[in-house]
Design a protein around this ligand. Structure first.
Ligand code: MN
Length: 239
């Protein structure tokens, strides 16, 4: 009897450990699966819905993640089902975006962009690494000037879209904005590169709390940037 109990306990240990780390592990898996597209999973939000209060409110986060993001994911999976895209990475699809249907562009972008966005937010998210800060200073002259250019990219995006800080093929930083669910990885983007910081400026990202005051949401966004994540992305791109 004791042996059986011991055996059950030993078997259950990995399950207990898995349950404790579930959010983090599933999220990491999804990050990986973005590079191996045939294993897409809808990611767990890396924090609670109210984690970014008071800057981004709980209800906005809940609707944004569980309805908007989920819909992009579901529609993207449906759009690539049974096509050659199923065997490609999402980066490969984005690099050839102009060849694929609008549904893939809108929903694939919507799926990917929100993963970037959730991950690059956190309350008390530190500050840029010394290396990233040096690159920002070199490119923009000051943190304030970078903040101004990035904020302006979001404020001046007409309708719906995103503001980005990205790294181009030469390893240089640049700020840009894309319409709808486009992103700088797509061949259709005006300025191409790899995003390291993304800010959603669709009304669904801020309307419940800020209504039409997009600049107020953008100002609040600076209080929830996860600089550790942004710096890590920069380090991975610029060795
Ligand atoms: Mn959104």
């Amino acid at each position: 009897m004791r042996n059986i109990i011991m055996a059950v306990l030993i078997m259950a240990l990995p399950l207990i450990a898995t349950a404790e780390n579930r959010t983090e592990n599933n999220y990491s898996k999804t990050q990986k699966s973005m590079k191996t597209l045939n294993k897409f999973e809808f990611p767990h939000l890396p924090y609670a819905y109210d984690a970014l209060e008071p800057f981004i409110d709980k209800m906005t986060m809940e609707i944004h993640y569980s309805r908007h993001h989920k819909a992009y994911f579901d529609n993207f999976v449906a759009a690539i089902k049974g096509t050659e895209m199923e065997s490609k990475t999402i980066e490969e699809i984005f690099a050839n975006m102009s060849k694929y249907p609008a549904g893939v562009r809108n929903n694939g972008g919507g799926f990917y962009n929100h993963v970037i966005y959730w991950e690059n937010m956190k309350v008390n998210g530190g500050k840029p690494s010394a290396k990233l800060e040096a690159a920002i200073m070199k490119k923009f002259g000051s943190m304030d000037e970078f903040k101004k250019q990035f904020s302006d990219a979001g404020k001046t995006r007409f309708g719906s879209g995103w503001a980005w800080l990205s790294v181009d093929e030469k390893g240089e930083l640049f700020v840009s904005s894309t319409p709808n669910q486009d992103n700088p990885l797509m061949d259709v983007a005006d300025k191409k590169g790899s995003p390291i910081l993304g800010m959603d400026v669709w009304e669904h990202a801020y309307y419940l709390k800020y209504q039409n005051k997009r600049p107020d949401y953008i100002e609040a966004f600076w209080s929830v940037i996860n600089w550790d994540v942004v710096s890590k992305r920069y380090d991975e791109l610029v060795k």
